[in-house]
Design a protein around this ligand. Structure first.
Ligand code: NAD
Ligand code: LMR
Length: 341
């Protein structure tokens, strides 16, 4: 019998817990896919009052999973109570876009949610609180939440571009006939939107430069610009069109990977993509939450320094960052930015 004391449970608040991504996330979080097999979790499920009953049903099912790592589940419709004592926030709850909608259409509809939650986090979350925003437009929603939580370091509010990263890895593997495990060094820059820049210029396939491997497979730089980049950047819309609804299980998987790597670290010698509060690297203004290649150590994400960006890459990054600046200006004009601005 082990004599070591059990690890302290971590409180994880999941917003939109009765929604599709929430439902696909919480069972895996309870099974250890979020914080690893050594960390017990206590789940706080936050929903709108009208969906509270459905979240209570999810809580019943979580109980029925008899997960050894699950220390408890509570259901809330009050953000202040739901974030009390939370160390991790999975900010999923918001309206998804439907066929024909662009993410910008969601800006006003969803922005209000994140100001309220930012204030609740500021008031009651644990000192080590960190959040990933999944609800779209994710980067700007993270910015809004951070602006309303001036006592929480801004780098603790991130947004999900790990799904885009996975999409880029998978498309590169498919185009070169490689396994996804052979792909490394892909990066997503900018906004989680159609302007994002999935960058292959530092990527490798089986240890060889990806652009060389692609060229050998008959795919030149025009293919990258004209086929690969739009395929990845518009994959969300493709899923909506083909499935009849936005991505769910792949988004849940990416959310779990994002937090797990952030907390437990990225593999040695490798990076991932996360939307983080800019530190000014690569000319991205500090007041924006933008996707970058990052490494994670000791619970902190650091933008990979010193990557060479060619003229094409610079133009693509700037275009997406410009969109982020426009989104920020739009929410500022709506009065949705908090005291941190
Ligand atoms: N960043 C990404 O890669 C990515 C990928 C896929 C989907 N998304 C986004 O994730 C979000 C959720 O998608 P979904 O498919 O789960 O949607 P869904 O409609 O199935 O679920 C959303 C849930 O959020 C709840 N909700 C709404 N406002 C809330 C609030 N203020 N507090 C708590 N809960 C609230 C709703 O009641 C609903 O149950 C959407 O905005 C979607 O666009 C992002
Ligand atoms: O594109 C969407 O609206 C859903 C999601 O952000 C996605 O990328 O699948």
């Amino acid at each position: 019998m082990s004599t070591s004391s059990p690890a302290r449970p971590v409180t994880v608040t999941v917003t939109g817990a009765a929604g599709q991504i929430g439902y696909a996330t919480v069972f895996r979080a309870a099974a250890g896919d979020l914080l690893g097999p050594g960390t017990p979790v206590r789940l706080h499920l936050l929903e709108l009052p009208q969906a509270r009953r459905a979240a209570e049903g999810t809580a019943l099912e979580l109980q029925d999973g008899a997960f050894p790592l699950l220390e408890g589940v509570e259901v809330f419709d009050d953000p202040a109570a739901a974030f009390e004592g939370a160390s991790v926030g999975l900010l999923i709850g918001s309206r998804p876009r439907g066929p024909g909608m662009e993410r910008a259409d969601l800006l006003e509809a969803n922005a209000g949610i994140f100001s309220v939650q930012g204030r609740a986090i500021n008031a009651g979350a644990a000192e080590d609180f960190r959040a990933v925003v999944v609800g779209n437009p994710a980067n700007t929603n993270a910015l809004i939440a951070a602006s309303h939580a001036p006592d929480v370091p801004r780098e603790r509010f991130t947004a999900l571009t790990r799904l885009d990263h996975h999409r880029a890895v998978a498309q590169l593997a498919a185009a070169t006939g490689a396994r996804t495990a052979e792909v490394d060094g892909v990066a997503i820059w900018g906004n989680h939107s159609a302007t994002q820049y999935p960058d292959l210029t530092h990527a490798t396939v089986g240890g060889r430069p990806a652009l060389e491997v692609l060229a050998a497979a008959g795919h030149d730089r025009d293919w990258v610009a004209g086929t690969f980049i739009p395929r990845v950047a518009r994959r969300g819309a493709e899923i909506i069109e083909v499935r009849g609804g936005s991505s769910v299980a792949s988004a849940a998987h990416a959310t779990l990977c994002h937090v797990r790597d952030w907390v437990l670290g990225t593999p040695q010698g490798s990076w991932t993509s996360m939307a983080v509060a800019s530190d000014g690297s690569y000319g991205v203004p500090e007041e924006l939450v933008s996707s970058f290649p990052v490494t994670c150590r000791n619970g902190a994400a650091t933008v990979v320094p010193g990557l060479e960006l060619d003229a094409f890459s610079r133009e693509r990054v700037e275009r997406s960052v410009q969109e982020l600046a426009e989104e920020r200006a739009a929410v500022a004009a709506l009065g949705l930015l908090g005291p941190r601005g």
